[in-house]
Design a protein. Structure first.
Length: 369
């Protein structure tokens, strides 16, 4: 049994273009601080092997202090560290993978073909491959099968698009299938490229997972982000998700129907968002001709690290405004109105709700008034 930490898609030195320049700079600093939390977790869990499944860097614009901190942090760690470069940071003679002086415990895969590194003291072998350009149209797992050694823990780390392989779409990012994972014959495959963490799954005898990204960078990466940590033995992998992110991206929907927008926003504010980057989506009916977005932004000032407002509201209209129309909508509303006149007090809210949903469907809208 060996203890494994699986991470990837750190995208260090991301530009964070959606944030103001000073906050973008702060987020890049916080990405570097993540490395300390990663090292502390590895020490706390007595990790033997760290698997980094690609896109450690976001691109070519890499700061010197980032590579220096990486090298220093990795050098302090007792674990063996394996990196499989991805499509954002492919291996080349000019990449930091080749130009930085890395500590002896760091192993960087540099070929499109699988390499095997043996760890005799741990009773393990690690297989890995690398992107060597921005795109890879073929599967890294095509025709691959790990050697069988009784009692040896076989690990794999790679960057690729398993989802695309399953749906038979034309991915240019190392498309893979679960059938190929099953045929690989390893005890655990540490995957990167998809920024959402999965639970550990099985493909034949191969356990596999995407670790997701440890820090969100946009509203397509909401919620807690972190790494996978656990134990791998021959034929068995038990890893758990551990949150490590400094900040979360959060989307919060606020219905302003029947309320002043500012009051609705106050009611919807979670208590634990001070460190987060939040987008508030306002929906429902408003009484004003237009939202006072300046006032709403002022209300949210200092409540979270950064904030966006999306106005998806509509001007208030009456439920029964079309009652007398000589069409299907008018007929529907008159029918509901008649039933409401004969209904008990308990039935009235349900009938009114039915009228709203029915009117929504008849008018081709997504949300009932």
């Amino acid at each position: 049994m060996i203890r494994v930490l699986h991470t990837g898609d750190l995208h260090l030195d991301s530009p964070f273009r959606a944030l103001p320049p000073e906050k973008a700079r702060q987020r890049r600093e916080e990405q570097r601080e993540l490395l300390d939390r990663l090292a502390a977790l590895a020490e706390e869990r007595q990790v033997d092997v760290v698997l980094i499944a690609g896109d450690l860097f976001d691109g070519d614009g890499i700061y010197y202090e980032t590579t220096r901190m990486l090298s220093d942090t990795f050098g302090r760690m007792k674990a063996e560290i394996f990196i499989a470069p991805g499509n954002h940071d492919p291996y080349s003679d000019f990449s930091p993978y080749a130009t930085v002086r890395w500590p002896d415990n760091v192993h960087i895969f540099h070929s499109e073909y699988f390499e095997r590194v043996e760890l005799p003291k741990l009773g393990a072998a690690v297989y890995g491959t690398a992107f060597t350009s921005k795109y890879r149209d073929t599967s890294p797992l095509e025709h691959f099968k790990a050697d069988y050694d009784e009692g040896l823990v076989r690990l794999m780390v790679l960057h690729g698009d398993l989802t695309a392989g399953q749906s038979k779409s034309r991915s240019r990012y190392g498309p893979m299938t679960t059938e190929q994972l099953a045929a690989a014959g390893v005890d655990y495959a540490a995957l990167g490229h998809i920024h959402r963490c999965t639970e550990v799954r099985q493909a034949g005898q191969t356990a596999w997972a995407y670790c997701g990204c440890p820090e969100g960078r946009g509203f397509d990466e909401t919620g807690d982000k972190g790494v996978l940590v656990g134990e791998v033995s021959p034929g068995e992998a038990k890893l758990e998700f551990v949150p490590l992110c400094k900040r979360r991206y959060r989307e919060i929907t606020v219905d302003v129907t029947g309320k002043a927008p500012a009051a609705a926003l106050r009611e919807a504010l979670p208590a634990d968002i001070r460190e987060d980057i939040c987008r508030f989506r306002l929906v429902g009916e408003r009484k004003e001709e237009a939202l006072n977005q300046g006032g709403l932004y002022a209300l949210l000032a200092g409540k979270c690290f950064d904030v966006q407002l999306l106005d998806a509201t509509r001007l208030e209209t009456g439920l029964w405004d079309r009652l007398e129309e000589d069409n299907l909508t008018g007929l529907f509303l008159r029918n509901i109105k008649t039933r409401m006149e004969q209904a008990s007090p308990e039935e009235l809210p349900l009938l009114e709700r039915a009228a709203r949903f029915g009117l929504c469907a008849l008018e081709g809208r997504e949300e009932p008034r």
